[in-house]
Design a protein around this ligand. Structure first.
Ligand SMILES: Cc1cc2nc3c(=O)[nH]c(=O)nc-3n(C[C@H](O)[C@H](O)[C@H](O)COP(=O)(O)O)c2cc1C
Ligand code: SF4
Ligand code: SF4
Ligand code: FES
Length: 572
């Protein structure tokens, strides 16, 4: 396919879609499938078959549409009409909507979401622009939404340095957690000397509760491939790898199909889009270790070695896969690239706050009413995410904290709800943006218990290469357990703080260096809760067992028991 053919195909598919009197988009993202969306698809398919498959009625199984806790979702698009979305859609409801269209009668309003629902209204969807809109396994539908146009643009209109400069201008920063400026990284790899260079997309996503990257890979795989191909052209690489977490078989299968389809269409492989640029992508499956998301461990794993981090420098930009310069970015970072070239770097840069430009995808979960996948402009107040998009806390519970950044992040208390959500502001609060997990907690959550949960995760996932992390996480976990079971003393609290600082300062990689963050941030904002556990042997949230005694009380109790047993000389 060449550039002209790409444009013609986009036009033809768009025209066909616009000629439909009704397009029924059923969400087939994993949470909606679990809620029964396959039955909705089957019922609609059966009815359409009975009607003889009318060309002007189209059924599309899409990726995640967003409000996952309300699935199965059905979105109806009709020319000249506002779009309508039904939640908790049953097969019967879906068929009755189709029948209403056929009979030109009013649509049922059961489970119909309000037209102006804040969950959708408050979002800005760039990376998720196609998620929930297209069949992820259909290349033509991606192309109809401007897919591969950015790649065509850079290959035919720009030299590689200009591509890197555009990414710098956009202000995009890495979405994998660290927030390193993406354009700068691309320039570094471009300038690194080496006859072979590689692109790696990090789709390991090990944070508990996070599923942004899985959803993106499952819902819009071509977007990631396009972003990687643009990066390949920009830095001078001909080979890319996508490292997919082993627990994500659907994502791997969709990416594989997308690669095959793109190669057949001449959008990947030799002489991409009739240019002199060639680029291939292969998939590598991880084995489910959180540490393999760390870039040097990930590269070792791709090369077939044990997935353990190594000291940097050298950074992957100088010496990555097989010693060659390697660009490693998160899959969401690559997902931003086609958006930058479709709206332009300046328009992209116009969205956001301070040094955080563009949007961020979050997996919004916890006690919030609307659990799901959201994309918001950087700088949006946390309050808007929790109370507008999230709909507040279930059963009117009071907000206590929001946890961002998973095991490397921290908790933001209620008094900071108006904080703009961006890299700098979250860091100033002792948390991090992280890759996008956002857990909302109410008064029923114990902050010490939350810190202990994340520490248990870190000690399980520590690769054991360096002492501070290997033994430090275990000791921190023991101290937290003592606080939770009521056997801790004030001295333990001091030791906890000192140990956290030591593990933070001396660990070899980010896993250990960030593991104390949930403890330090809860100590910072919820110290009174720790003190109550230690001084009053009471868990204010009523979560912790508090069923053991501190040493001094244990000693006192023992003495009392011995005194009670002492012989008083009168015998029995
Ligand atoms: C323990 C650990 C786990 C990580 N896991 C991931 C991950 O799952 N996905 C990811 O993109 N980055 C992860 N990172 C960050 C990567 O090392 C790397 O910085 C990132 O992939 C670079 O991409 P970006 O610049 O686009 O953010 C992890 C880092 C650490 C220390
Ligand atoms: S420190 Fe222990 S685990 Fe590490 S190499 Fe020596 S014996 Fe083995
Ligand atoms: S900090 Fe932890 S995960 Fe990282 S190298 Fe050391 S032991 Fe391994
Ligand atoms: S999976 Fe259907 S809305 Fe997320």
């Amino acid at each position: 396919m060449n550039r002209v053919e790409l444009a013609e195909l986009a036009e033809a598919v768009t025209a066909q879609q616009q000629s439909c009197r009704m397009r029924l988009l059923v969400c087939c993202g994993t949470p909606c499938v679990a809620a029964g969306s396959q039955a909705v698809v089957a019922a609609l398919r059966e009815r359409l078959a009975a009607l003889g498959h009318p060309a002007d009625l189209e059924l599309v199984g899409t990726g995640c549409q967003g409000p996952c806790s309300r699935g199965p979702l059905l979105t109806v698009l009709r020319p000249g009409q506002p779009e309508q979305v039904w939640q908790k859609c049953t097969p019967e409801l879906a068929v009755s909507i189709l029948e209403a269209e056929l009979q030109q009668s009013a649509f049922p309003d059961t489970n119909l979401l309000p037209a102006d629902w804040p969950f959708f209204r408050c979002q800005t969807r760039l990376v998720l622009a196609n998620s929930g809109r297209i069949d992820p396994e259909n290349l033509e539908q991606y192309i109809a939404r401007g897919g591969y146009d950015g790649l065509a643009q850079v290959l035919h209109e720009m030299i590689p340095d200009q591509v890197c400069d555009s990414v710098v201008q956009s202000g995009l920063r890495g979405r994998g957690g660290g927030g390193y400026p993406t354009g700068l990284k691309w320039q570094l790899v471009r300038k690194s000397s080496g006859s072979r260079k590689f692109i790696v997309a990090n789709g390991d996503e090990g944070d508990p509760g996070a599923y942004m990257d899985r959803s993106l890979m499952e819902s819009d795989p071509h977007r990631i491939l396009e972003g990687m191909a643009i990066a390949g052209y920009a830095i001078g690489a001909e080979q890319g790898y996508i490292y997919v977490r082993g627990e994500y078989p659907v994502a791997a299968q969709r990416l594989r199909k997308a690669i095959r389809d793109a190669e057949r269409a001449g959008l990947l492989g030799s002489r991409v889009l009739d240019s002199s640029f060639s680029f291939r992508i292969d998939i590598r499956i991880g084995a489910g270790a959180f540490v393999c998301g760390e870039e040097t461990a990930l590269l070792a794993s791709i090369m077939g070695r044990r997935g353990q981090p190594r000291i940097r420098p050298p950074y992957p930009a100088e010496a990555g896969l097989w010693g060659c310069p390697t660009l490693i970015n998160n899959v969401e970072t690559f997902g931003n690239i086609p958006a930058i070239f479709s709206i332009g770097p300046q328009a992209f840069n116009a969205i956001g706050n301070g040094k955080s430009r563009g949007t961020k995808v979050f997996a919004l979960c916890g006690e919030v009413v609307n659990n799901g996948l959201i994309e918001v402009p950087m700088g949006i107040p946390l309050r808007e995410i929790v109370f507008e998009i999230g709909g507040g806390l279930a059963n009117g519970a009071a907000f206590k904290a929001a946890q961002t950044g998973g095991p490397s992040g921290g908790c933001i208390p209620a008094e900071k709800l108006d904080t703009p959500v961006d890299y700098e502001n979250l860091q100033a609060l002792g948390s991090i943006m992280g890759s996008g997990g956002l857990i909302v907690m109410g008064e029923q959550s114990c902050m010490v218990d939350v810190a202990r949960f994340f520490m248990e995760f870190c000690l399980d996932e520590s690769c054991g290469k360096c002492v501070p992390c290997r033994t430090g996480t275990v000791e921190i976990y023991r101290l937290l357990s003592r606080i939770c079971n009521g056997s801790a003393s004030q001295r333990d609290l001091q030791t906890l703080e000192q140990l956290c600082q030591m593990v933070k300062d001396t660990s070899l990689c980010g896993l250990g260096a960030a593991a104390p963050n949930p403890v330090l941030s809860t100590l910072r904002w919820f110290r009174a809760e720790y003190e109550t556990h230690v001084n009053e042997r009471r868990c204010p949230a009523g979560v912790c067992s508090m069923d053991e005694l501190p040493l001094h009380l244990l000693g006192e109790q023992l003495l009392q028991r011995i005194a009670a047993l002492r012989c008083d000389g009168e015998g029995y």
